[in-house]
Ligand binder design. Structure first.
Ligand SMILES: Nc1ncnc2c1ncn2[C@@H]1O[C@H](COP(=O)(O)OP(=O)(O)OP(=O)(O)O)[C@@H](O)[C@H]1O
Ligand SMILES: [Mg+2]
Length: 1005
């Protein structure tokens, strides 16, 4: 919707700019002079703006060139848009008629008038196309539309011809009803045709042609078809096509038109057989035209055209050639119930031939219209329908030689002008009355006087013509003229050679009469009037049936009745120049048309009293942005809103009148100023509207998104909640099972606890895996097992410790092994017996402790050279006296232990001596160390050795000294005057020392 509105604004903007040329509605002209009128028309025409309004009447000037204003885009633009909102266009008129019909549910007609070549047929086609494209549609209705559209090329082929005025001049009148249902769908159509100019079949003036279809068939017909019809592809061959000497016209493409017509005949559902018959008839007319007659010696006519006669075997006209020949050369007279053949003169024969050709063609045309009507007939019954009628009739025409046909055509135009005058004046007057507005009459030329001159009963030209046709005796065209002169003698719009003054007489032949039509003077030649009015196949027969002119008169009367019952819309077509040149504005010609079409009077009538009027609601709707009180909405009555609005705009009291439903604005400039103000305000308004609309759209979008988000959120939350619920239900089940499992964990394995136990097992094993003891010695870190795993845990523990042992053992070197063996010995001796033992375990034993930068004096080595040194260690000896520490070296050989002070061996103790005493002493001094120390070094009470366990182990290993665990004993340390060591009465070893010594002893222990 937005785009459409936007598009329209854009287009309107562009068009408005263009539209600044002149004024698009004559009503808004300040001056109502012919000059101002023409100047505006010319200004616009020079910019290819061919349409201008006079109120709702559309003035169209034939541009004689294709304008790019009839495309789909333009149609879309005008669809449903208020009449005055866009520049004038035939589509605007068509659209307004259509929408008024739909809203008011009444019938309408569009009267298209103008002289020959002014563009009536083109206008009617544009309107039809507009309805075909822009009305709503269904597939069913599409075919109806196609048929309506396609009826045009067919009827134009058979009913239009090139004349001096127009290369595609309508030679018949056409009134087409387009039927719409209440939804506005075009559901059917119906055509009424009026008086075809049949004389053209047999005769054409110079520079004119016969009906298009003949040339189309000859030029475009397929070889087979021509052969079958006995035709040659050469127009020059046919008498009926050559009289005007312009069979080929550059503006007409007969070959292409032939294809269009053929296709159109198919679309309107005329079956193959009928199409064949149709062309057989057309061909037969051409053949008929080539019939020649010669006189025999008695002056009787003889048909001299066997070649063409041959084609009148039953396949063409369906008549026997001989019958035809007789028919054309003899008259059949009934004498006392016998039929007698009376021969024709050649003139009679030619007359009969032409009369036959005209009759055949005329009836064929009627048949065709009936066929089209059948095919367009509305088949959807039951629905209420309204119609829009399109009237496109041959335009007013004046040739050098004007005959009965021009008389009928111009009479018809006279009647339509009368209708126009009646309707416009009537509706105008009615409107003022209905609105309680005072009506000021406007002078205008009423052509009723001419209509009466032609059609009045007993006194009119047509009545006199009929009388003359029926009069016994030798009535001729000239006697008809005389009768006219008698009866019309003094009529101001009638003149003949005899009746005219001197000056006029010069311009009139004796056989002429002149009518002063509303559109100008036309001189008619009476020759042929009687014949043509009789329209008989045979001369001299006085037929009492209605004559042509009278028939035509009554059909026009009927048409008037049809039209009077409908709402009228007018398109007034103006011919821009006589030479059909694009862009040429022949001012004199146009001025003349403006005059006779009564456009100035129409304009004055529209402006009489009040130049402009609008329904209150429409006026308010358009101009409400100009007043803050009415913008954007006026809540009260539209009339009150308009009053407020015009007050705000400063309208003076005499400038406007408030009717019952409309506001009437006296001067165009008042509305013009309002329109200008509106134009200025529109841009600002557009911006405001745009901003509002954008805001509104964005808000809508936001709301939509928010709603969507909420919806998604809700859904998602639902999903989450359902998931959560499932999870919880599952969790409850699992927990319940867990608890049950826990409660029954002590029982035999059952369904209740099996999972729990498995879990316990698994979790214990998992934990255990991470917390396994890392070393062989680590006996404390084994994870406490749950009840079910006690047994397994114990097994695992054993396996694991075995594994550690194994790994440890495997990784052990022979040296290390020897060391460990020593450590085992140490362990056997000291484990659990000495407090400092556990700390010593981790310290590895050395082979010897004196090596490297501390060494055994060479002299000492010299002294004990016969013995192998097994172990040496630095020790500190504490003197008995004063406990002075003295560094010593203790050396073990295989036989003895030495206490060495630098180069001196201080003591030598043989192992052998140790052994014997050792055993006995063990019992006495379970605490072997002291035993050893005391006994080993006799007088030296204490020695400090950093590697006590190592040293003792080496000593024992070396000497195989057996050390047994003695009785649990204790050492009592006391201080006293005299340091001493002795066995106390309590069985403890008593060590008495000065304060310093005690400390040393402690460290030793
Ligand atoms: N709106 C138009 N745009 C372009 N050319 C046009 C337009 N109207 C008319 N013409 C040109 O003028 C020619 C005559 O127009 P048209 O046949 O409609 O006249 P008419 O009023 O029907 O005349 P007649 O009374 O002879 O039938 C067309 O063939 C076409 O070339
Ligand atoms: Mg026409």
């Amino acid at each position: 919707m937005y785009l459409v509105v936007q598009g329209q604004l854009d287009m309107e903007g562009a068009l408005t700019a263009r539209d600044r040329v002149g004024i698009q509605d004559f009503v808004l002209l300040d001056e109502t002079t012919e000059t101002a009128f023409l100047s505006n028309l010319k200004k616009r025409f020079s910019e290819d703006l061919i349409y201008t309004y006079i109120g709702t009447l559309l003035v169209s000037v034939n541009p004689y060139k294709e304008l790019d204003i009839y495309n789909k885009k333009q149609m879309d633009l005008y669809m449903g848009v208020n009449f005055f909102e866009l520049p004038p266009h035939i589509y605007a008129l068509a659209d307004n008629a259509y929408h008024t019909m739909l809203t008011e549910f009444n019938n309408h007609f569009i009267l298209i008038s103008g002289e020959s070549g002014a563009g009536k047929t083109e206008a009617s086609k544009k309107i039809l196309q507009y309805y075909a494209v822009s009305c709503p549609s269904t597939t069913l209705l599409d075919t109806v539309r196609d048929k309506m559209l396609m009826s045009n090329p067919v009827l134009e082929a058979f009913g239009n011809a090139k004349t001096l005025k127009n290369d595609n001049s309508s030679r018949f009148g056409k009134y087409m009803d387009i039927q719409f249902d209440s939804q506005g769908d075009a559901v059917g159509g119906h055509i009424l045709n009026y008086l075809l100019e049949k004389s053209r079949v047999v005769h054409q003036n110079h520079g004119e042609r016969n009906f298009h279809i003949f040339y189309q068939l000859v030029q475009g017909g397929e070889e087979d078809l021509l052969h079958q019809l006995g035709l040659e592809r050469d127009c020059q061959h046919y008498n009926y096509l050559t009289q005007g000497e312009c069979a080929i016209v550059s503006s007409i493409n007969d070959k292409n038109d032939w294809k269009t017509v053929k296709n159109a005949l198919n679309v309107i559902n005329i079956d193959e057989t009928d199409i064949n018959h149709l062309f057989e008839i057309i061909a037969s007319v051409l053949h008929l035209g080539n019939f020649h007659f010669e006189s025999n010696s008695k002056g009787q006519a003889i048909l001299n055209s066997n070649a063409d006669l041959n084609y009148f075997s039953p396949q063409l006209l369906g008549v026997n050639a001989e019958t035809l020949r007789k028919g054309l050369t003899f008259r059949w007279i009934e004498v006392k119930k016998d039929e007698v053949l009376s021969p024709f003169t050649t003139d009679h024969a030619i007359y009969a031939r032409d009369a036959l050709a005209k009759a055949v063609y005329g009836r064929t045309f009627t048949w065709l219209v009936n066929k089209i009507n059948e095919s367009m007939e509305n088949t959807v019954s039951g629905r209420l329908k309204t119609v829009i009628g399109l009237l496109d009739i041959y335009g007013f025409e004046v040739f050098n030689l004007n005959s009965f046909e021009q008389f009928c055509i111009n009479y018809c135009n006279e009647k339509l002008q009368q209708l126009f005058i009646q309707l416009t004046l009537k509706s105008e007057q009615e409107e003022y009355e209905a609105e309680n507005i005072e009506w000021e009459p406007v002078q205008f030329f009423n052509n009723k006087i001419i209509c009466d001159l032609v059609e009045e009963r007993h006194r009119g030209i047509i009545s006199i013509l009929d009388e003359e046709c029926l009069r016994p005796g030798d009535a001729t065209d000239l006697t008809f003229l005389e009768r006219l002169e008698e009866k019309m003698g003094s009529h101001p719009h009638f003149v003949t050679h005899r009746l005219a003054d001197k000056m006029t007489r010069k311009t009139l032949e004796r056989g002429d009469f002149r009518l002063l039509h509303y559109a100008g003077e036309v001189t008619y030649c009476v020759v042929g009037f009687l014949d043509k009015n009789n329209d008989l196949l045979y001369r001299n027969i006085k037929d009492v049936s209605l004559h042509v002119a009278t028939q035509f008169k009554s059909s026009l009367l009927k048409l008037t009745e049809i039209l009077m019952a409908k709402e009228a819309w007018y398109v007034r077509c103006l011919k821009s120049n006589e030479s059909k040149q694009p862009g040429k504005f022949d001012e004199a010609l146009i001025r003349h048309q403006v005059k006779y079409l009564g456009l100035m009077e129409h304009l004055r009538v529209r402006r009489a009293g009040f130049a402009y009027r609008r329904r209150y609601d429409v006026f308010l709707q358009r101009y409400k942005p100009l007043c803050p009180a009415t913008w954007p909405h006026w809540r009260g009555e539209p009339a009150d809103g308009v009053e407020v609005l015009v007050q705000h705009l400063g309208y003076l009291p005499h400038e406007y009148k408030m009717g019952r439903t409309k506001i009437f604005i006296r001067h165009a400039r008042t509305l013009f100023a309002t329109e200008d103000a509106f134009e200025r305000c529109k841009h600002e308004l557009a911006t405001r509207l745009q901003a509002k609309y954008k805001g509104y759209k964005a808000k809508g979008e936001f709301k939509k998104q928010k709603e969507a988000a909420t919806k998604i959120e809700t859904c998602w939350r639902g999903v989450q909640a359902r998931k959560e619920r499932e999870k919880r239900a599952w969790a409850v089940k699992v927990i319940k099972k867990f608890i049950k499992g826990y409660m029954t964990r002590g029982e035999a394995k059952s369904t209740d606890n099996s999972e729990y136990l498995a879990f316990v097992r698994q979790s214990y094993l998992n934990r255990l895996k991470d917390k396994l003891p890392k070393t062989v010695l680590d006996k404390t870190t084994w994870l406490t097992p749950p009840a079910v795993m006690t047994e397994t845990s114990e097994l695992l523990r054993k396996i694991h410790s075995r594994l550690l042992v194994r790994r440890y053992v495997r990784g052990i070197t022979p040296q290390k092994k020897a060391q460990l063996q020593l450590k085992v010995i140490t362990s056997n001796i000291f484990k659990g017996k000495k407090d400092s033992y556990p700390q010593s375990i981790a310290q590895p034993f050395e082979k010897t402790r004196i090596s490297g930068y501390i060494y055994i004096n060479v002299k000492v080595l010299q002294m004990i050279r016969n013995e192998q040194i097994k172990y040496s260690v630095p020790v500190i000896k504490y003197d008995r006296n004063g406990f002075k520490p003295r560094p010593r070296q203790l050396i073990l050989t295989q036989t003895a232990a030495y206490v060495v002070e630098e180069a001196k061996i201080k003591q030598r103790v043989l192992y052998t001596s140790l052994k014997g005493q050792g055993k006995t002493m063990t019992k006495q001094f379970p605490f072997f160390l002291f035993y050893f120390a005391l006994l080993l070094f006799q007088g030296d009470l204490v020695m400090q050795c950093d590697h006590l366990f190592e040293f003792l182990t080496k000593l024992i290993c070396n000497q195989g000294i057996e050390i047994q665990a003695g009785k649990e004993s204790a050492v009592d340390f006391t201080t006293g005057q005299e340091p001493m060591v002795y066995k106390g009465k309590n069985g403890h070893l008593m060590v008495v020392s000065g304060p310093v010594m005690m400390i040393i002893l402690r460290s030793l222990m």
